[in-house]
Ligand binder design. Structure first.
Ligand SMILES: NC(=O)C1=CN([C@@H]2O[C@H](COP(=O)(O)OP(=O)(O)OC[C@H]3O[C@@H](n4cnc5c(N)ncnc54)[C@H](OP(=O)(O)O)[C@@H]3O)[C@@H](O)[C@H]2O)C=CC1
Ligand SMILES: CC(=O)N[C@@H](CCC(=O)OP(=O)(O)O)C(=O)O
Length: 309
């Protein structure tokens, strides 16, 4: 059955990526607004209420406005912004996070995409918290780097226009990044993680790392036990893969240009030091790929349709 899908914000960085993935699909009628109407509330209201599904690729305030413009109970929403990630009444759009999560998304009228950094963090951590290997009262650290497309059109223009020339730029130095609450809540931790993000001179891709002093943790799990727990959690997934290779290097480009999420458990077994590493594309599983995957789940399509794997 064909479904109509309106991309609100279809001219932006994430919106264009989604259009690219959905264009030409026989099961979808894709709707975007022309440049002179894309910020017109009346045109948006009509498109929002006409569509079976809308995907919001907007700044947070505009995303809230779009939700308020929907006055029917048929249109279903996927929000790529930060606006609803910890809000009641919204399903968290990470189908692999729990065995029951895809079913919750499939039934939901309102689904929020996870944040790009939380996607890597939660994939690494939530199965370990669930298994009791990470105690709920442990304070985790998350160290991450992102390509500059993570900051949307304005950041892309700053880096590509020569306004920003740094190779590595740390930010959120007050440890108050907008993703911290989302990470804590969906990892089911008692304390916020210490999150240290940075942007590097590459367009897309990200590396999200969680160091773990296994030797000091109550259950003292080995690297193999941690890896096996993650592998079991994502067994059968075509999107999230847990590798047990021992690469000499991890590169931010490893999963750039794809909708994959790759997890590794590296470290020093003798010392009981682990380095959990996720690689993904901030615009792939971190944004557009996640939105398309959620649409597939909600509409009953093949979960991996239109994804680059
Ligand atoms: N970039 C990324 O890697 C990720 C982004 N996201 C989230 O996705 C959302 C979109 O981000 P991104 O694509 O990067 O941002 P962009 O700035 O590239 O795109 C946002 C788009 O929304 C448009 N827009 C702004 N205000 C309105 C409005 N009132 N009505 C209609 N359109 C409007 C903008 O138009 P104009 O440029 O003309 O103002 C632009 O086309 C954000 O909430 C972001 O947090 C989530 C995960 C990762
Ligand atoms: C490099 C960069 O600036 N990244 C953005 C996160 C990407 C994004 O847009 O955040 P959401 O996933 O919450 O939508 C930031 O740190 O605010």
């Amino acid at each position: 059955m064909r479904r109509s899908v309106f991309i609100d914000g279809g001219a932006g960085t994430t919106g264009l990526e989604i259009v690219e993935r959905l264009a030409g699909r026989a099961d979808i009628d894709l709707v975007t607004l022309a440049d002179d109407r894309r910020k017109d509330p009346a045109a948006r209201r009509a498109a929002l209420n006409d569509a079976d599904f809308v995907i919001l690729c907007l700044p947070d305030d505009a995303a809230r406005e779009s939700v308020a413009l929907i006055d029917n109970d048929r249109t279903r929403v996927i929000d790529a912004s930060t606006a609803h990630r910890t809000a009641d009444g919204w399903a968290y759009g990470f189908p692999e996070l729990e065995p029951s999560q895809a079913g919750i998304i499939a039934e939901a009228a309102r689904v929020t995409n996870p944040g790009c950094y939380p996607t890597g963090f939660l994939a690494l951590v939530r199965p370990l918290v669930r298994a009791g290997l990470i105690p709920v009262d442990w304070t985790l650290s998350v160290n991450a780097v992102s390509g500059y497309s993570g900051g949307g059109r304005q950041m892309i223009e700053a880096y590509e226009g020569g306004g920003e020339t740094s190779a590595w730029r740390g930010y959120a130095l007050g440890l108050d990044h907008k993703h911290v609450a989302e990470m804590q809540r969906h990892a089911r931790l008692e304390h916020p993680p210490i999150f240290t993000p940075a942007v590097v001179q590459t367009l897309r891709g990200m590396v999200v790392e969680v160091p773990l002093p296994l030797h000091a943790m109550p259950r003292r799990p080995g690297l193999d036990a941690v890896r096996e727990t993650l592998a079991a959690a994502y067994e059968g997934s075509r999107i999230v893969r847990v590798l047990d290779d021992e690469p000499a290097l991890i590169r931010i480009e490893d999963d750039a240009g794809t909708d994959r999420l790759t997890l590794r458990v590296l470290g020093n077994a003798d010392r009981g030091h682990a380095r959990l590493v996720a690689t993904l594309d901030n615009l792939g599983k971190g944004a557009a790929g996640a939105a398309v995957q959620n649409l597939n789940v909600m509409a009953g399509f093949d979960p991996a349709a239109g994804l680059v794997l």
